[in-house]
Ligand binder design. Structure first.
Ligand code: BG6
Length: 494
């Protein structure tokens, strides 16, 4: 049976300062599926401070105990790859509290302040996991109630969930609204892709090794493909999703942040602003499409059946698939296409990055020996599932004659490390408690990525698409293949 780490304080790592986490939207889906299981898991790993408190809020009237029970059931259901320990839960749940109330009601904030006082917690992390339209008013109320101001020697930080804005103007307005109350250095905009082990490992792979950077540029790289494919549909999130669509839901944030990780210049230091400066610089180097270029460089798709999903308008024009070709205008990447795509109900669940290198300048083995096909060198970074990195190259097939065949050198997390990796939310929650914003997005990064997708959003909002245009279980609409074919390329459909 697993032991209870709370029973032995010496085994409890004191890495994080004493603090309270106040979760707005604590009875919602994200809290149940991700936040609570991550906090419980951090307790299990002894990463939480010896004195911590989690204060949940939502409108549902619940007592502390009823909230604890609801979270117990959620954690038990959604905890991935780890055992649920009832004894540990009992110790953990003693630190869970609940303050019901309406976000627009100022009395809620006084009640939260009183609860924090009673708990003796001075450092507070506010987690905004509400409907996005509440972010601005909520931060206003935190300011007006005094909750956003920390006593001497303590801190107040806010984590803001995505989506951060709906387009460029709304993201700029939201940043202004937040900055009226909270300085940028205390604002933690979450993009959970940056917290994924495999995305963090891109930095280790690129900048911890000497052999890759010399070929990491336009001279050697032919093009880059970034795919985030999901086999599931909108899974009961139809109402949210039809307002968002794939371009906003995945590309504007997650995949552009992945692009910045793959393509940015090496930072001089591994420090929050040194890393974020480079990411921001890269995002600002992406060429902004002219309106007339959008139809050639961006593809929208919608799967058959989306309009029949619960909560979705039967004539919804929302994209459940989006693909785009971007160019990074700097010395390293000029002329190298970055193809990015994401969609729901695709052929399989896979998120990966494929870096395709140029062919050998002169091939002395004639095409017969290569089976008539070309097999360029490919470096594939598998974000999920089957996390790992593979390098594909040609090898001589054993036997007489010179017959070449593509083979692969593989690194797999599972077999190399054999231990469970923390989830993105575990990593990011601890980082915020420690005041480390390296893996959070900054104002300029968010605004730069909205600037990149804005011409596509503008073009799509004025166009009538012939949706649905792809069948569930495929790789999206045919136009997505045509987009690459214009440059002589094809999607790698693993
Ligand atoms: C979320 C999107 O941000 O990311 C979802 O809103 C999407 O639509 C999810 O399914 C994908 O995250 P992951 O970690 O499962 O790749």
């Amino acid at each position: 049976m697993a032991t209870n780490p709370f029973a032995d304080p010496l085994r409890f790592e004191r890495r994080v300062p004493e603090c309270a986490t106040v979760i707005f939207g604590a009875h919602g889906d994200l809290s149940k599926r991700k936040l609570m299981p991550s906090l419980y898991r951090l307790a299990y790993e002894r990463k939480l401070p010896s004195s911590f408190a989690i204060v949940g809020n939502s409108r549902t009237p619940l007592s502390d105990d009823a909230f604890r029970q609801a979270m117990h059931d959620a954690v038990k259901q959604f905890l991935e790859d780890s055992p649920f320990d009832e004894d540990l839960w009992t110790s953990f749940a003693r630190n869970l509290y609940y303050v019901p109330g309406d976000l627009k009601d100022r009395r809620l904030y006084s009640a939260i302040a009183a609860r924090l006082d009673q708990l003796g917690q001075k450092n507070v992390l506010f987690y905004l996991s509400t409907q996005p339209s509440f972010y601005g008013p909520l931060v206003d109320c935190l300011g007006a109630s005094g909750l956003a101001s920390a006593p001497e020697g303590a801190w107040r930080r806010i984590i803001i969930e995505k989506p951060f804005g709906h387009d460029l103007p709304s993201a700029i307005a939201l940043n202004e609204e937040i900055h009226r109350v909270v300085p940028e250095k205390e604002v933690y905009r979450i993009d959970h892709y940056l917290g994924k082990e495999t995305v963090q490992n891109i930095l280790a792979f690129r900048f911890g090794n000497g052999i890759f950077e010399p070929v990491w540029n336009r001279r050697y790289v032919n093009h880059v493909q970034i795919t985030a494919a999901e086999s599931i549909g909108v899974e009961g999130r139809g109402a949210y999703y039809q307002e968002a669509g794939a371009l906003r839901d995945m590309i504007q944030n997650h995949l552009l942040q992945v692009t910045s990780t793959i393509a940015m210049e090496p930072p001089a230091l591994f420090e929050p602003d040194a890393v974020r400066d480079e990411r921001a610089k890269l995002l600002r180097s992406i060429r902004i499409m002219h309106p007339e270029e959008v139809p050639m460089n961006a593809v929208a798709g919608q799967y058959r059946g989306f309009r029949q999903e619960p909560g979705v308008d039967p004539e919804s024009p929302t994209d459940t698939f989006a693909a785009a070709t971007f160019f990074v205008e700097n010395w390293r990447w000029a002329g190298v296409p970055f193809y990015i795509r994401s969609g729901k109900k695709l052929a399989k669940r896979t998120t990966d990055i494929a870096i395709q290198f140029n062919d050998a300048p002169h091939v002395m083995f004639n095409s017969n020996h290569r089976g008539g096909e070309t097999h360029p060198n490919l470096l594939i970074v598998r974000i999920q599932p089957e996390e790992g990195i593979s390098l594909r190259f040609l090898s001589k097939q054993p036997g007489s004659g010179m017959r070449l065949r593509p083979v692969s050198m593989d690194f797999n997390y599972g077999s190399s490390f054999g231990e469970r990796s923390p989830t993105a939310y575990e990593t990011l929650l601890v980082d915020a408690m420690q005041g480390d914003a390296t893996l959070y997005t900054r104002q300029d990064m968010v605004e730069a990525s909205w600037r990149v997708v804005q011409p596509i959003l503008d073009n799509w909002s004025g166009r009538k698409f012939d949706f649905p245009n792809y069948e569930p279980g495929t790789w999206g609409p045919a136009e997505s293949d045509t987009m690459l074919a214009r440059h002589g390329h094809v999607w790698r459909n693993s």
